[in-house]
Ligand binder design. Structure first.
Ligand code: FES
Length: 120
């Protein structure tokens, strides 16, 4: 009878699994809030509003529904790493004559590393 081998660590032939078979942990996205000098590791797809509730940030929230503009942020780096803008957010930002780099934090999810600051 052969000796017992943990199949997660060893291929059974005395060698580790080739790298292509090993699962590397996926790095979690980093949300950087420049205004607060905070970098926060978040789950991919995390809502910024939920992250802010747990990390005492200076991003303010009012309606939490994309209707008041209290949570407006400027995206400094990697805007493509936020969830795509939905029609109601786009309509609101157009009404507010917002800049192209501004988003409503209450409507955004983090999909990758991204840097924002509170819009003035
Ligand atoms: S909290 Fe009102 S628009 Fe985001």
């Amino acid at each position: 009878m052969g000796k017992s081998v943990d199949p997660r660590k060893n291929s059974g032939h005395g060698l580790p699994w080739p790298r292509s078979f090993q699962k590397a942990p996926k790095p979690m996205p980093i949300l950087t809030i420049k205004t607060d000098k905070k970098t926060i590791e978040v789950e991919k797809g995390a809502a910024i509003i939920d992250v802010c509730e747990n990390h005492d940030t200076s991003i303010l929230f009012g309606c939490r529904d994309g209707a008041c503009g209290a949570c407006m942020v400027r995206v400094i780096e990697n805007p493509q790493h936020l969830s795509p803008m939905e029609d109601h957010e786009r309509d609101f930002l157009e009404t507010m004559a917002a800049r192209e780099d501004e988003r409503l934090a209450c409507q955004c999810r983090v999909l990758g590393d991204v840097t924002v600051e509170v819009a003035e």
